[in-house]
Design a protein around this ligand. Structure first.
Ligand code: MG
Length: 252
């Protein structure tokens, strides 16, 4: 056949192509009880206590990233001032994701968040944001109160990697806490990645227990590659999620 002659080929529309790439396999896996995001079993709901670390005062050695007054520790991806709305002691997602100006390796993070009290959308479109460690590894923020989605994409998930052990979500609009221990994956002397780990407590309930981080950036991460330090990134997924009382302790 003449290499420029495509007469024996049939055009395939983009939709059809994506079906061939993802749809057929996903359908087969779904039929077998799996999805592209792992086993479909939904984590059990555990109603958390009324408060846990809400309003936790930063320890003496903490780096305070947001105390309710200003986002001067944060910037946009291209170094401009963080455009999020600040009022009543919280910052609300607006105008793009934001990164810390400083970079961090292993950390203990405290962060509080609230999904919109007026429910809009469903599944991944409802109260979606996320905390990306080193701009790479996302602990999902989502309104997962009576809002089914794939388990490794719900609140407290290490997105696309590990579903939370249980669903400890509070109602839409209520303040929720994450207390997270992050050990970054590191490049070993032999060039192989030494996995890191996530331990996540959601509203006082352990949801990730020393889960390995193998070094692959999660979906929509602003950065890739295993690095010693990187910024913390808060995601703009188009929903007005609020954050307050953000601080961390460096572990190395
Ligand atoms: Mg997200």
């Amino acid at each position: 056949m003449n290499p420029t002659d495509l007469s024996s080929w049939t055009p395939v529309s983009p939709d059809r192509r994506s079906f061939l790439k993802r749809g057929a396999l996903a359908s087969l896996l779904a039929w077998a009880g799996f999805s592209a995001h792992g086993a479909a079993k939904e984590p059990a709901v555990v109603t958390p206590g009324a408060t846990f670390s809400h309003g936790a005062v930063p320890p003496a050695d903490a780096v305070v990233l947001f105390d309710g007054k200003d986002l001067s520790a944060w910037q946009t991806g291209d170094g401009k001032p963080a455009p999020w709305k600040i009022e009543n002691g919280y910052a609300e997602v607006h105008g793009g994701g934001i990164n810390t100006k400083a970079e961090f390796g292993d950390i203990q993070l405290h962060i509080e968040w609230a999904s919109p009290s007026v429910v809009s959308g469903k599944d991944q479109g409802r109260g979606n944001s996320g905390v990306y460690f080193q701009g790479r590894y996302e602990i999902q923020v989502l309104d997962s109160y009576e809002n089914p989605t794939y388990p490794d994409g719900q609140a407290g998930a290490f997105y696309g990697n590990a579903a939370p052990q249980v669903n400890a979500s509070r109602k839409p609009g209520e303040w929720q806490t994450y207390d997270i221990v992050f050990h970054a994956p590191k490049m070993g002397a032999d060039g192989a990645v030494v996995p890191g780990s996530f331990t996540v407590i959601h509203n006082g309930v352990l949801v990730q227990d020393h889960v390995p981080i193998k070094g692959n950036a999660t979906t929509a991460a602003p950065a890739k590659g295993v690095v010693p330090t990187g910024p913390l990134h808060l995601q703009d997924h188009g929903n007005p999620v609020r954050y307050r009382n953000i601080w961390l302790r460096k572990l190395n």
